[in-house]
Design a protein around this ligand. Structure first.
Ligand code: IPE
Ligand code: IPE
Ligand code: MG
Length: 246
């Protein structure tokens, strides 16, 4: 069975320890400028470095970003191929900076449908940054919350079938050990850019008690300053987890 989640320690009181971001609005950002959608994706990819590097300043230890969903294959072949090539370029270009800045990178999502060259780069980036501990960056690539739960359930069922796990032991603590996110704490704050107020299949299980921020900014315009405001605002929220405020 995989390792249990680490839900302990917090370095900056009041800060969201784990922020997850649905980076939306690249296409509209490009269209507004009369440019092809891929132009927006390139602009969006460029924003990632500043946000990742800002995490320690705001007490954020875990950042999870939604880069490509299991539903995004429905886009045109040109856009999908362009995104896949952008992911390869991003990894190749950013590995050094991520390594030097103390960022540990992990990928979640189903790698089976991804191109072998891209998967090789993803494995390389994970291995190259495996010793880092300052910021935990998780990139959701070919990720869908329902797909993740289905894959987890399949592995769990295999463990039951082979006698490793008893059906009576399947509970809220057991199932998340089979999720792609099993080593991550649950997100405290989920941000979605671009004005859409939906979660689009992102971290369904994990965000059960997350706080949400839906902001109008398109992802290529998102800045460290706005990220800082949202992290600070999180500190004023009253998370009750079903109980009554103390
Ligand atoms: C988010 O931007 C990036 C991905 C889904 C890959 P979009 O491409 O969804 O941008 P909009 O929503 O069309 O503006
Ligand atoms: C969610 O955005 C996925 C990513 C940001 C990678 P979408 O643009 O795909 O979501 P919908 O289609 O508007 O729900
Ligand atoms: Mg979108």
């Amino acid at each position: 069975m995989p390792a249990a989640t680490d839900q302990t320690t917090q370095l900056v009181p009041g800060a969201p320890r784990h922020v997850a971001i649905i980076m939306d609005g690249n296409g509209r950002w490009a269209t507004q400028r009369g440019r092809p959608r891929l132009f927006g994706h390139h602009a969006g990819a460029k924003r990632v470095r500043e946000i990742v590097e800002a995490c320690p300043d705001f007490g954020v230890e875990y950042l999870t970003i939604f880069a490509f969903s299991t539903e995004n294959w429905k886009r045109t072949q040109v856009e999908v191929a362009g995104l896949m090539s952008l992911f390869r370029r991003y990894i190749t270009k950013e590995t050094r900076a991520l390594k030097v800045k103390g960022v540990r990178v992990r990928f979640i999502g189903d790698r089976v449908r991804l191109d072998a060259k891209l998967v090789k780069l993803m494995n390389m980036l994970e291995a190259e940054t495996a010793e880092n501990t300052l910021t935990h960056l998780t990139i959701a690539l070919n990720y869908g919350g329902r797909d993740e739960v289905a894959r987890a359930t399949q592995r769990l069922a295999q463990d039951v079938a082979s006698g490793l796990l008893h059906p009576d032991d399947v509970d809220e603590e057991t199932l998340p050990r089979y999720l792609d996110t099993h080593v991550l704490p649950d997100p405290d704050l989920v941000i979605r850019t671009s004005g859409e107020a939906r979660i689009s299949n992102f971290l369904l299980w994990q965000s059960a008690y997350a706080e949400y921020e839906f902001i109008d900014t398109l992802w290529p315009d998102f800045t460290k300053a706005e990220f800082g405001h949202l992290c600070a605002a999180y500190g004023n929220r009253d998370r009750r987890f079903g109980a009554v405020s103390s």
